[in-house]
Design a protein around this ligand. Sequence first.
Ligand code: ZN
Length: 535
Amino acid sequence: MTTPDLLLTGGRVRTLDPERPSASAIAIADGTIVAVGRDAELRDLAGPATEVIDLGGAAALPGLIDSHTHALPSRIPLRGVDLMDARTLDDVRAAVAAERARCEPDAWIFGWGLDYNAFAETGLHGSLVEDAAGGRPALLRFVDFHTALVTPRALELAGVDGPRHFDQHAEIVCTDGVPTGELRESAAMMLVEAAAPKPTDQERYDMGVETLRRFAAAGLTATHLMDGNLETLDLLRALEGSGELALRVVAPFWIEPDTPRELWVRYARHRDEHGRRWRAGVVKFFIDGVIDSGTAWLYTPDSRGEGTEPFWPDPGRYRDAVAFFADHGFQCVTHACGDRAVREALDAYRNAPGFAGVRHRIEHVETLQPHDLPRFAGQHVIASMQAQHMMWLDPDRGDNWSQRLGTERCDRAFPIRSLLESGAALTLGSDWPVARFDPREGMAAARLRRPPGERDRRPYDDQALDALEALHGYTTWPARTVGHDDRQGRIAPGHWGDVTVFADDPVDCDADELPQNPVLLTVVDGEVTHRADEL
Ligand SMILES: [Zn+2]
């Protein structure tokens, strides 16, 4: 046997390998796990160059994977102030004013993570943050990245002074023909974004490095990106070339309604592109928007009469695109929040050509009609769910999302357990930066159906996963989702050398305390990407 480069000993190893569920030591050589067993069995494998780390009784798990993130900067760059903790309009204004003070005197002000509920009483108007922005151009994205709030100055610089027509379901929201500062969906947001200075290649690279380091420090070893293009592959090459690719990445090409067919053909030629830790081979579509802004596609309208329009003006073109890429051996991924959107995606997948070993997936599935539920298992379509998105939902159904859907559809909110029990394959993810990327919070949210730590708050419903299922949702399930189940998601000989070490085993942890469970060590491909001081 090859001498290991890395030997972890003294751990409580939960392997998720049915052949050998527990162990205390793991040996990794050339990025691959070569032996799993007891300390006494593996100690002799160490050579003079082997790095030995004594885990001191900590819990080692298969390297955690987030199935849905926007971790690398692409068309929608993540910049500016994090507004996720701003719960009220005053909080938002304070955060914008602080960001203004931090930026150059005449720079644009950017922010992300806005909460729709902060505008429940006022409605969405860019003028609400105009003073806080000091009259400067500001572009603030909502938590779901489907809506933005921009100041009058930003509209002026972008030359936007009235409604526009888009080739996708996007909108410059206007009152009496005058833009309010609310922009719905990417085409509308890009119009204003395009007037702001673009991040340079170096800035994009630096953002990527920084984000991947933060992911590694939270125990993540891999992620499935949800947007990308040929530039994303260049960025991955650059990151890997300089040893900064701290996570394994599966990167899709994002296909929009107006993406020309010539570009489909061009993307198809890049299907098998890969590095050591990344690969292409996936396409991502949006078939609707989000329930919060009325852009999700529903069977029947929401309480404000919205939600009956598809994101693709011609859904037939979406089906053609799915068929084209499925025929070229791509895995198709479709964002579908509304029940009608989910059905349309299932229909498109059912009618698409099959390709050996490829299973398509649907992201979010925030509400689902009972007759469509068994189709996930029946068609072998993977349901990719984001339990943290429920943390904004109020068990009394008073929040914007629930109000729009109404009680009956709320009772089918994020049907994670129903899907699991129907035999469907699931996977879990954060959709960062829509929700925090911390997998401990993700697992806790899947178990609690409410935010961790808020013990006196009732769960939204009874669709919770148990602790072991939640762990599978970040290990074996995402590995299966991208067809890596023979080398990822378990600690077993022949699998990739990816390990996450927590102080305590999350399966034994109280879900409310899980986010405080220290991440002691993260190993990707046999390389230590994070090591806490206490280890
Ligand atoms: Zn997403």
